[in-house]
Design a protein around this ligand. Structure first.
Ligand code: ZN
Length: 136
């Protein structure tokens, strides 16, 4: 698979505001933007770390998958996914499928920043949710 780098690490949090003091204030990471991704029922904030980023994910409704994830962690923030940057998400998905990897997204969808993203199924990836995404 044509992986370029770790694009970002997604961290699920109950409220982004409560975590900016740490990520921005203490760690000194630059907040490059926030965005609501309506179809995923999340608000995201990206903070730059060198050539990669931290993505804070806040649920925007009670039936958000991120809300369910946080609830499964006792209501506490937790690492949600690792995103790898690839040059072509569709080609990477086809390759993973050919190698017998179960996918959440059979086709790329539009994620934060308008880029193509797709998730592999954590049951096929050792329990760690893997996102494939094109360059932001
Ligand atoms: Zn992500």
């Amino acid at each position: 698979m044509d992986i370029k780098k770790i694009s970002h690490i997604g961290i699920a949090v109950p409220a982004i505001e409560d975590h900016l003091a740490l990520y921005s204030g203490v760690l000194g990471l630059e907040l490059t933007g926030t965005e609501v991704v309506a179809d995923q029922k999340v608000k995201v904030a990206f903070l730059t770390v060198g050539e990669s980023r931290i993505e804070l994910l806040e649920p925007t409704s009670d039936d958000s998958p991120i809300k369910k994830f946080i609830d499964s962690k006792g209501g506490k923030p937790a690492v949600h996914h690792i995103a790898y940057e690839v040059s072509d998400v569709e080609a990477a998905l086809a390759e993973a499928k050919e190698k017998g990897i179960r996918l959440i997204d059979e086709k790329p969808r539009v994620g934060a920043g308008g880029v193509q993203i797709a998730f592999m199924h954590p049951k096929a990836t050792g329990g760690v949710l893997i996102e494939l995404c094109e360059q932001h």
